[in-house]
Design a protein around this ligand. Structure first.
Ligand SMILES: Cc1cc2nc3c(=O)[nH]c(=O)nc-3n(C[C@H](O)[C@H](O)[C@H](O)COP(=O)(O)O)c2cc1C
Length: 396
């Protein structure tokens, strides 16, 4: 594990890491007739050991937590604590997400991380009041020209640094890097359309590689289902011009609230609360109720981004509908090589051992057992505790 910047290390990584431009990953997924699988930026959580774990279970592209560009540029300690990469184990294709509101700050921070990552992303979705008060995160949804200027400046800087930022033109370039944006939607969707139109720029040379849409407004609680209608309009308006990822309510591959030609098999559930079978009825069965909701069809969606569900089940994209013990073990092995603060490890495990976000509500540990686990004081006790519980389950 190492921190940056270190030029020798950059050269080493150029020789050893998988040099696939991120847009090529979109192409590979499409050729495999599936959506691209990504894990979301999550403050505190989406650190190296977690990214390695989800990568081992089929995630194509991993986001770091949001990093404040201004601090990153000025403070060596911020750089050391906010972004670590692997020098030995797998180095998952990684997008570093920044919080920024000044073009030069985003460009400078991007220039520092890009030798060690696949690309950079700008957070225009964080709804927290401290972020919005500083014109970061979701506050940027009211500043479309500024967002455009930030991504244009960043792309220009990376081009000057010698990276391939020509999007599809650099798809086979080992130095191909991406610049992307993650947004929420406005209450008035026309404002979102204006925002995307400005940030996207001209079709012949768009300003961003792809767009991630979290179809909730800044004030929508995460317990409210995503606005699928908004996503349908945005993907059909822009999906031919830029690859679009959905962030929000990606809880299980078999339980997505929409259909897509890139989803096999088609989802069998319509909501996470009420299970509604949508498979064609066999003659022997009663027909599906005519008031069953009709799922939106999203033929222009390119990929999925999961946050809460992949936190609970890092094996989500490998077809596991609940977290398997082996994913817990994989995570602990990664933590041994790429350490995390012990309290954070406990938090991860309490998520992974609890019922997940999808329809399968089984859990590796009961609530009482999870409380017991949280009382472990160190890694050795924790590993012993989990080994013990796993053994008991196996013997049952
Ligand atoms: C613990 C946590 C931390 C998050 N941190 C970030 C972040 O750093 N940057 C960001 O753009 N979104 C962040 N989000 C939002 C998620 O990326 C995602 O857009 C949102 O949770 C909806 O997806 P979900 O329904 O899969 O959870 C965070 C979400 C959670 C639960």
């Amino acid at each position: 594990m190492a921190n940056i910047p270190d030029l020798e290390l950059a050269q080493f990584l150029l020789l050893t890491q998988t040099l696939t431009s991120p847009l090529k990953l979109f192409n590979i997924a499409k050729n495999e007739k599936r959506l691209l699988y990504t894990s979301a930026p999550m403050v505190r959580y989406s650190k190296l050991a977690f990214r390695q774990t989800v990568f081992a279970y089929g995630t194509d592209l991993c986001w770091t937590p949001m990093v404040l560009a201004k601090e990153f540029n000025r403070n060596r300690f911020a750089r050391d604590s906010d972004f670590t990469i692997s020098t030995k184990g797998p180095q998952p294709p990684t997008i570093v997400q920044f919080g920024a509101n000044v073009p030069q700050e985003l460009a400078r921070a991007s220039s520092l991380v890009v030798p060690f990552s696949s690309g950079v992303d700008l957070n225009c979705g964080c709804p927290q009041s401290w972020a919005c008060a500083e014109t970061l995160g979701a506050a940027l949804m009211e500043k479309r020209e500024l967002v455009r200027d930030m991504v244009v400046e960043t792309r220009d800087q990376l081009r000057r640094d010698g990276w391939g930022v020509g999007k599809e033109k650099d798809i086979d370039n080992p130095k191909g890097k991406s610049v992307s944006v993650k947004i929420r939607v406005h209450k008035d969707l026309r404002k979102t359309i204006d925002f995307i139109t400005t940030v996207l720029g001209p079709d012949q040379d768009r300003h961003i590689d792809w767009l991630t849409i979290h179809p909730r407004t800044r004030s929508t609680p995460s317990s409210t289902p995503i606005n699928i209608e908004a996503l349908e309009i945005l993907t059909s308006t822009f999906g031919d011009r830029v690859p679009i990822l959905l962030s929000g309510d990606v809880f299980a591959l078999s339980a997505l609230p929409f259909t897509s030609p890139l989803l096999h098999p088609s989802p069998t559930f319509t909501t996470t609360d009420t299970i509604t079978i949508t498979m064609p009825p066999t003659p022997a069965l009663p027909a599906v109720s005519s008031d069953a909701p009709i799922l939106a069809h999203l033929p222009k969606l390119a990929g999925l981004m999961s946050a809460r569900a992949i936190l609970a089940n890092p094996a989500l994209y490998a077809g596991h509908d609940a977290c398997p013990w082996e994913a817990v073990e994989a995570f602990l092995n990664n933590v041994a090589r790429c350490p995390l603060p012990f309290k954070l490890v406990l938090h991860h495990l309490s998520e992974m051992c609890a019922p997940g976000m999808g329809p399968n509500k089984s859990a590796l540990l009961s609530k009482a057992e999870r409380t017991e686990m949280m009382a472990c004081g160190n890694m050795l006790d924790l590993v012993d505790y989990l080994e013990d519980k796993k053994g008991v389950r196996r013997d049952m």
